[in-house]
Design a protein around this ligand. Structure first.
Ligand code: 13P
Length: 287
């Protein structure tokens, strides 16, 4: 069922686990994530970046594919279809296309403008029963050409944005998208604790879930993180499994060139990654 992320995140916050957001890029990716969530009886959030939405020919295609897949695969766990790092215009397009959740990334606007635009979108989402994520303090690394500096969010600004009535808040705590550099200082738990102190029961979101050591993931969940985003790790395992398949010459043997066979090892690798993350985040059996 396509649902808002509100209820699943409040349950995760209360149960001290996190729901994984796995970004999708195509049919195989979507199928792999949905089947794994169903097998593990885990709630799940499908993240769609603006670039991935464009690649899949538009948000209407994405919504239609996901809704039909949920029906035809008989997926019974709660699934939220969520715009990842949405622009102001992108948010409206996804609302119109039937997404059940959006992220408005206003972190690059001055705080007053971020507040103004977030307030407006909260109103629209409340009217339509959608969940909405806001971001304070940019997340570092590069994603779809958006480069952030990886700053730590100001806890007072987090409170200001949380009080606007968003469903969940992504706050920079030293996390970055993509691979972490060898000299990465780790997550700033002091910042996370200070934010939690200010925002109370607001479910917090940890972006850049690829490559964060397990102990830091668990500590972040214990401090109020209820949603963790994973993208790069699925891309890496997909690419690695596909490379191995091709290098083994299997794509040239028999019917190995069949795209369904060619994409199968990568799709299985995504399933394994999603399973590993759901186990680590503690969401297995929570649907
Ligand atoms: P990674 O690509 O580092 O896993 O981060 C994903 C993310 O935060 C999407 O918003």
């Amino acid at each position: 069922m396509l649902v808002s992320a509100k209820e699943m995140l409040e349950k995760a916050r209360d149960g001290k686990y996190a729901v994984g957001q796995f970004n999708i890029n195509n049919l195989e990716w979507t199928k792999a994530v949905l089947l794994t969530a169903e097998e593990l009886k885990s709630p799940v959030i499908l993240g769609v970046s603006e670039g991935a939405g464009k690649y899949m020919t538009g948000y209407k295609t994405v919504t239609a594919m996901v809704k039909a897949m949920i029906e035809e695969l008989k997926i019974s766990v709660p699934v939220a279809l969520h715009l990842d790092h949405g622009s102001y215009d992108g948010c409206y397009k996804c609302i119109e296309a039937g997404f059940s959740s959006i992220m408005f990334d206003g972190s690059h606007y001055p705080i007053a403008e971020n507040v103004e635009k977030t307030t407006e979108l909260v109103k629209v989402c409340n009217e339509k029963g959608l969940s909405i994520e806001a971001e304070v303090g940019s997340i570092g690394g590069e994603e779809d050409g958006v480069v952030g500096m990886g700053e730590c969010a100001d806890p007072d600004e987090c409170k200001q944005v949380a009080d606007l009535g968003v469903t969940m808040l992504a706050a920079g705590i030293g996390n970055i998208h993509g691979k972490y550099p060898a000299n990465w200082a780790g997550l700033s738990f002091d910042t996370l604790a200070a934010i939690k102190d200010k925002v109370g029961s607001m479910p917090l979101v940890l972006h850049g879930g690829t490559g964060i050591p397990e102990d830091q993931i668990k500590k972040a969940i214990s401090l109020g993180v209820a949603k963790i985003n994973v993208n790069t790790e699925c891309q890496l395992t997909f690419a690695e499994a596909t490379r191995k398949y091709i290098e083994a010459g299997k794509d040239l043997e028999g019917k190995g060139f069949d795209p369904r066979k060619l994409l199968a090892p990568g799709t299985d690798a995504i399933k394994a990654t999603v399973k590993e993350k759901m186990e680590l985040f503690g969401s297995v059996g929570k649907a």
